[in-house]
Design a protein around this ligand. Structure first.
Ligand code: PMP
Length: 391
């Protein structure tokens, strides 16, 4: 029976990593994989995480099973970070730990489907896993254009999608630091989206995978909070893998907001049952480290400082790119107002290939670059190369 399977294409970014590793040029630049890098090109473990891990080694007295909801101390500790200290509807929200933000998105879509959602709208381009998850869970995907040519959100397309949605549809929106475009909604746009969602009554699924990497922890959650204040129900998929640098430890959560006291335990019981069928329970270590940080004022301050230094560096690189103005045919100016790790440069396949072959610059075939792959040492070379291949 297994012979019936058809070969699947390899993950394009993983193929790019292999090519990059094999390249022997000393000045090669990796803009492919989506991890934060320091100005020295490293992706270090946070100092606050190291301390939390040490505390776990010293104090953790058991690794016995926790249950499908994972570490509820972690889930609770994150609530004020995500929703704010004084969020009025906090009692309408329950959460569970998931294996990464990916697990959170997967559980949100599966839960929406179990509740009767048949179609999920999403802006394109999006993080490729979004479409894969919708397909694998078995809901239809409705798509609308996310980005305009001038580097802002395509609000006309979003308005049209919401207007045309059926009552049983859901809509998947990035909370901040849009992957892959870096194009986020402004506060005024979130206000409009909130009014449209409230009016239409479709279920929002909000994916918050980069809180703190855009403008700040509070600022990056402002859109999500605005929607939650206005609508009766929503699902939030959250990742700690970028803002705590825990990537491979797979740390995430799903939060479920429902209306009425009886509703929430029922939604959560469905979440737990789906988690059991998917992964039984999430991996513990990374979430326990996050809980350890957030339960300790000094460690929390240290984590926030580490996060701030990442954010500052990303936005410095963005500003420097934008300062260059137009490189060849590529307008770099919008990068200053876009946010997060990613941006898409309007380059053709041939131009992207030329960057790789002639300049040892590696980026995804879509033109997506990881902003944090650029350093003050290689950014001028990058701008000159983009100017040359796109002239
Ligand atoms: N959502 C988006 C938009 C992402 O870009 C990512 C990470 N690439 C995730 C969710 C999930 O991240 P992880 O599973 O690594 O926590």
């Amino acid at each position: 029976i297994l012979a019936q399977l058809t070969q699947q294409p390899p993950d394009a970014l993983l193929a790019l990593i292999k090519l990059y590793s094999a390249d022997e040029r000393g000045d090669k630049i990796d803009l492919g994989v989506g991890v934060y890098r320091t100005d020295d090109g490293a992706t270090p473990v946070f100092t606050s995480i190291k301390k939390a891990e040490q505390a776990l080694v010293d104090k953790q007295d058991s690794k016995a099973y926790l249950g499908p909801e994972g570490d509820m101390g972690f889930v609770e500790a994150l609530k004020p970070i995500i929703f704010g200290k004084d969020f009025a509807k906090i009692d309408s929200i329950d959460g569970m730990q998931t294996p990464g933000g990916t697990g959170g998105v997967r559980l949100a879509v599966a839960l929406a489907k179990a509740a009767g959602v048949t179609k999920v709208w999403m802006g394109t381009p999006s993080w490729p896993n979004h479409a894969q998850i919708l397909k694998d869970v078995g809901v239809a995907a409705g798509s609308f254009n996310h980005a305009t040519a001038d580097g802002t959100a395509d609000m006309a397309a979003l308005r049209e999608a919401i207007a045309g949605a059926a009552p049983t549809d859901a809509i998947l929106l990035h909370g901040c630091c849009h992957n892959p475009t870096g194009i986020d909604y402004s506060l005024a746009e979130w206000e409009e989206i909130t009014a449209l969602l409230k009016d239409k009554g479709i279920l929002p699924i909000l994916d918050l995978a980069y809180q703190g990497l855009g403008d700040g922890l509070e600022e990056d959650a402002a859109g999500v909070r605005m929607v939650l204040e206005a609508v009766p129900e929503a699902l939030i998929a959250y990742s700690c893998d970028k803002n705590f640098g825990l990537y491979r430890d797979r740390v995430g959560a799903i939060y479920m907001m429902g209306e009425g006291a009886d509703c929430l335990p029922c939604i959560a019981s469905n979440g737990a049952s789906l988690a059991r069928a998917n992964w039984s329970m999430p991996p513990d270590h990374g979430a326990a480290a996050v809980r350890t940080i957030l339960s300790d004022a000094a460690l929390t301050t240290e984590w926030k400082e580490e996060l701030e230094s990442m954010r500052t560096r990303i936005n410095q690189v963005r500003a420097k790119l934008a300062e260059a103005g137009v490189a060849g045919s590529v307008d770099l100016k919008p990068l200053a107002t876009q946010r997060g790790l990613f941006a898409i440069l309007p380059l053709s396949k041939e131009q992207i290939q030329k960057l790789r072959e002639d300049h040892a610059i590696y980026m995804a075939g879509s033109g997506r670059i990881n902003i944090a792959g650029l350093t003050m040492g290689n950014i001028d070379k990058f701008i000159a190369a983009v100017a040359e291949v796109s002239a």
